[in-house]
Design a protein around this ligand. Structure first.
Ligand SMILES: [Zn+2]
Ligand SMILES: [Zn+2]
Length: 283
């Protein structure tokens, strides 16, 4: 990564130093991770992907495969209960505090509700969720819990997918639309990866074209260049969607975290484009 951190600062603190409006979200991420430190359940074994090859070849993401064992949702529900019991409402942004108390009470009375809440996140993109603060709150914490269960699956799922052509603009693991994109180098030149803002998976997608409407006509596509080094915003004149694109490699955990570049979403919207990306973060 070419960006130089001021001496003594980690990449994260340097980034926050330059983007102080992201402080609250960075703190939220930190609190979530702290609340999960004492979570000790063994990782759930990754599913046998060959059992789901038929569904995947028809464009059905793994988590929506008809014969997938749903134990992963029960485990994610347990992580959700743990997370909500540990996190202190005082550590949350003000708009989340009352919802956290309410959810904690609901889960205390009916812990089995947690797996159901997790499953409802997988029912497909619900574009209105972020407009409803309560749904946005539940969605955020369900995906934080799902990530604990799904991250250990990424490596074996990626390895298995090497033999599978997945050319869809939605995540092959969870089915979410991309939150952002990344340009990387491969043996055959530059390639584009789409990045899931829900489960965190990345997958290769056609280099040119809008993932939201399929438009691949060059004169209907454009690039906005923010001042931010290593970033661009791809825009589509057909559906008016935009996609934040990281043009370098390295620091993916921070750079592709979605929340760390919400200022680029704000920029895209200021320019009159639509935020069609699937994000856990409302604006
Ligand atoms: Zn995903
Ligand atoms: Zn489009």
């Amino acid at each position: 990564m070419s960006r130089q951190c001021p001496e003594g600062l980690t990449m994260m603190s340097s980034w926050l130093h330059d983007h102080p409006y992201l402080d609250e979200l960075a703190r939220l991420q930190e609190r979530v991770q702290e609340s999960l430190v004492d979570w000790v359940q063994l990782p759930l074994p990754a599913p046998r992907c060959d059992m789901h090859a038929g569904d995947l070849s028809q464009g059905i993401p793994l988590l929506m495969s008809s014969n997938l064992d749903r134990t992963f949702a029960v485990h994610a529900g347990e992580v959700l209960c743990h997370l909500i019991a540990r996190i202190s409402p005082a550590d949350l942004p003000e708009g989340f505090r009352a919802q956290c108390e309410q959810l904690r009470e609901r889960l205390r009375q009916a812990p089995e509700l947690a797996a159901h809440l997790v499953e409802t996140q997988l029912a497909g993109p619900a574009d209105q969720e972020n407009a409803d603060p309560e749904q946005g709150f539940i969605k955020f914490f369900c995906w934080m819990a799902l990530a604990v269960v799904l991250r250990p699956w990424h490596e074996s799922f990626d390895k298995w997918r090497q033999n599978l052509q997945w050319e869809h603009p939605y995540c092959p693991l969870c089915g979410a639309r991309p939150a952002m994109a990344q340009l990387t180098r491969s043996r055959s030149g530059r390639r584009r990866l789409l990045a899931c803002g829900c489960c965190g998976l990345r997958w290769a997608y056609q280099r040119i074209g809008c993932p939201f409407c399929g438009n691949d006509e060059h004169d209907q596509l454009a690039i906005l260049e923010p001042e931010e080094e290593n970033w661009r915003i791809d825009v589509c004149h057909r559906c008016h969607g935009f996609l934040k694109t990281y043009t370098r490699e390295g620091e993916e955990a921070l750079m592709l975290a979605d929340w760390s570049t919400l200022h680029l979403d704000a920029l895209g919207m200021q320019q009159g484009y639509l935020r069609l990306a699937q994000s856990l973060y409302g604006l």
